[in-house]
Write a protein that binds this ligand. Structure first.
Ligand code: NAD
Length: 276
C-alpha cells in the first residue's frame, strides 16, 4: 500500500500528489524506468507529446499488472498542436501511442502568447473532456493573465496549472491565483533539476536532523505546501529515495527556512517569451 496522499481536483477526480516525470528520459530507457517506478509504488506518470516517449510509457503500462483505475497518466499538447482541431487530433495520437482509451489529465504544455491560439486550444480540450478522452483538463506554464483570458472566454476552469516551482522559484503570485480559483498547482523541476539547489547550505542541517537527503527534504516541502510533484530520475536508488518521503515531517521553522530560499530563479523559459 502506498502512503501517497491524493489531491481532489475541481472536477471531483483525485490525483496522487507524488508521481514520476519522464522528461529527458531517452525512449530506450523509458519503459524500464517507468516499470521501476510502478514496482516501487508510483501510480502517477507525467509525460508529454514533446518528450517523444509516450509509446514507451504505454509499453510499461501494458506490461504492468497495476489496474488502469489505480493509475494517473498525464500527457501534454505539444506546441505545434495548438488549435481546436489539432489539439484533439494530437490527443487521439497520444492515446494510440500510450495504448489507452483515455488519459487522466491533458495539459496545454505552453501558452505561446505570440501564437494566440491557447483559447481555441482550450475549447478543443473542453470537447475532448466531454468526449471522455481525458478525465481532467489543465494547463502548464500559464501566468495569471493567461488564466484570466480562459476565464473570460471559455466556460471551464482548468483543474491544474503545472509550472516551474522549487525553493528558489516559489511562484507566490501563481500559487495565490491558482488557490483563489480552485486550480491545483503542479511543480515541475521540483528539486531544481538536482543541480545547485540541492547543495544549498540551508538544506544540509535539515536533512541531517531527519536522516534524509536534501532531495527528500525539498520533496517533503512540496508535500507540505500542497504542490503536486513528479521528480525524474533514471537511477533506481533515487527513484526509490524520491518516493520515501512520507515518514517524516518538516517543522514550522524548517518550512520557514526553505521559504527564505526564494530567489525568483528560473531554470526554464519565461512563459511570456517562449514561443517554440
Ligand atoms: P527534477 O527537479 O525532477 O530533477 C531531475 C534531476 O535531478 C535528475 O535528472 C537527476 O539529475 C536529479 N535527481 C533526481 N533525483 C535525485 C535525488 N534523489 N538526489 C539527487 N539528485 C536527483 O527536474 P525535471 O526532470 O526537469 O522535472 C520533473 C518533471 O517535471 C519532468 O520529468 C517532467 O515530467 C516535468 N516537467 C514539465 C515541464 C513543463 O514545461 N510542463 C518542464 C520540465 C519538466
Amino acid at each position: 500500500m502506498s502512503d501517497v496522499p491524493g489531491i481532489e481536483l475541481n472536477n471531483g477526480t483525485t490525483i496522487p500528489q507524488l508521481g514520476f516525470g519522464v522528461f529527458q528520459i531517452d525512449p530506450s530507457d523509458t519503459a524500464e524506468s517507468v516499470t521501476t517506478a510502478l514496482d516501487i509504488g508510483y501510480r502517477h506518470i507525467d509525460t508529454a507529446q514533446m518528450y517523444g516517449n509516450e509509446a514507451e510509457v504505454g509499453e510499461a503500462i501494458a506490461k504492468s499488472s497495476v489496474p488502469r483505475d489505480e493509475l494517473w497518466i498525464t500527457t501534454k499538447c505539444n506546441n505545434g498542436n495548438h488549435g481546436y482541431d489539432d489539439s484533439q487530433r494530437a490527443l487521439d495520437e497520444s492515446l494510440g501511442k500510450l495504448g489507452l482509451d483515455f488519459v487522466d489529465l491533458y495539459l496545454i504544455h505552453w501558452p505561446l502568447p505570440g501564437k494566440a491560439l491557447y483559447v481555441d486550444t482550450w475549447k478543443g480540450f473542453e470537447q475532448a473532456y466531454a468526449d471522455g478522452k481525458t478525465r481532467a483538463i489543465g494547463v502548464s506554464n500559464f501566468q495569471p493573465h493567461h488564466l484570466d483570458r480562459l476565464k473570460e472566454e471559455t466556460s471551464t476552469t482548468p483543474a491544474i496549472n503545472q509550472v516551474e516551482l522549487h525553493p528558489q522559484l516559489q511562484q507566490a503570485a501563481v500559487l495565490a491565483y491558482d488557490d483563489r480559483h480552485g486550480i491545483a498547482t503542479e511543480a515541475w523541476s521540483p528539486i531544481g533539476q538536482g543541480k545547485g539547489l540541492l547543495d544549498s547550505p540551508e538544506l544540509a542541517p535539515i536533512a541531517e536532523a531527519h536522516g534524509k537527503s536534501a532531495a527528500q527534504v525539498v520533496l517533503r516541502w512540496h508535500i507540505q505546501i500542497g504542490t503536486i510533484i513528479f521528480p525524474k530520475s533514471v537511477t533506481p536508488e533515487r527513484v526509490r529515495e524520491n518516493f520515501d518521503i512520507f515518514d517524516f515531517e518538516l517543522t514550522a521553522d524548517e518550512m520557514e527556512t526553505i521559504k527564505g530560499m526564494d530567489r525568483d530563479r528560473r531554470l526554464g523559459p519565461d512563459p511570456d517569451k517562449f514561443e517554440r
